[in-house]
Design a protein around this ligand. Structure first.
Ligand code: TRP
Length: 333
């Protein structure tokens, strides 16, 4: 009886000692894991530098920070392909092979590059205009694979309304875009359909790269009443060339981003670039916390605000109706 009790006490003490040993061993392990893995890892591939994409990247950092991933909590492995398709491919591979937990592609070609580099690492699209047309997701509501993200749908109908209000005499619109971007293809189709329905004649002028922009614009500006530019990276990255080549013909240019209006466009209705980035960053944060791209719907931005360049309007001798000025989200003077 006495012996049994003693054995019991010894047993309890032994259990306590072993328990404590196990506890401190695992706690030690956890701490180690916490110090080596403290920062989340995100890989970002930006297609090219132009002011809109730069704003999106800034937004991505802000969106991540808003969800708790500020500079102390996340390492961002940032690469810029400088508009070079070969670099898109090699940099995509690099980012996919490293220990990044989530990959972000800013603009369609970079998201496509990442998509061919990995079929299992999560990819977040940063501002991809037509994710289905670009073969990145099958269904915007249920992506199904390793890709989801944020899409910037061009507010084409509102843009056409602005063209009518600012330049009521325009009959023929030339469309300037690049053949190498899937994002531009679907926009040009949509614009052409809606513009023709509104009674315009639409003439497409496509360029294979930035090298052909100057000569193409010189030709088109002699033949059309106005120039429309979609959300196109090639044109955006060389927009000053467009403005320069149109200097003599002085046709009104209606581009699809604030930065291009600021750089010499007449006006537009645009999606906010920083907002797109913030939404992309927040989505990446959710994926870092364990959400699966397969069941994260693509977030679509299609709400536009108008931007008018009053300086360009003055140069072209265009009077902007009071009603348009009153409703404008931004007037550049
Ligand atoms: N949406 C473009 C794409 O799918 C990328 C983009 C975002 C962009 N904002 C822009 C291109 C502004 C030109 C101008 O690739």
């Amino acid at each position: 009886m006495k012996n049994k009790r003693l054995m019991g006490i010894i047993g309890l003490i032994a259990a306590a000692v072993i328990g404590t040993a196990i506890y401190s061993a695992t706690a030690g392990k956890d701490n180690k894991a916490a110090t080596s893995n403290e920062k989340a890892k995100v890989g970002v591939l930006q297609l090219v530098s132009h002011p809109s994409l730069d704003l999106i990247y800034k937004g991505i950092q802000d969106g991540l920070a808003e969800e708790g991933y500020d500079k102390d909590k996340v390492d961002i492995d940032f690469l810029n392909a400088e508009g070079d398709q070969n670099k898109v491919a090699t940099m995509s591979k690099q980012l996919a092979e490293k220990d990044n937990q989530v990959l972000i592609g800013i603009a369609t070609p970079s998201a496509q590059g990442l998509a061919s580099a990995t079929k299992d690492k999560p990819i977040v699209m940063g501002a991809v205009t037509d994710p289905v047309g670009a073969n990145l997701v099958k269904d915007l509501k249920k992506p199904g694979g390793n890709i989801t993200g944020v899409s910037d749908h061009n507010p084409t109908e509102q843009q056409l309304k602005l063209i009518k209000e600012l330049t009521p005499n325009v009959k023929t619109i030339g469309v300037l875009y690049s053949t190498s971007e899937d994002n531009s293809k679907s926009q040009v189709e949509e614009f052409t359909k809606l513009a023709e329905k509104a009674g315009y004649k639409v003439v497409p002028y496509s360029v294979p790269s930035t090298n052909e922009i100057a000569s193409t614009v010189s030709v088109m500006s002699g033949k059309v009443d106005a120039i429309w530019v979609p959300i196109d990276n090639t044109i955006a990255s060389a927009f000053s060339t467009v403005v320069e080549a149109n200097k003599d013909a002085k046709k009104p240019i209606f581009p699809s981003a604030t930065a291009m209006v600021e750089a010499g466009g007449l006006g537009s209705v645009v999606v906010d670039q920083h907002d797109l980035g913030v939404a992309t960053g927040k989505m990446a944060a959710k994926i870092l916390k364990g959400q699966k791209p397969a069941d994260t719907p693509v977030e679509i931005f299609s709400q536009g605000k108008s931007v008018i360049n009053k300086k360009v309007a003055d140069e072209l001798g265009i009077t902007i109706p009071e009603s348009v000025l009153k409703d404008a989200g931004q007037v550049i003077k």
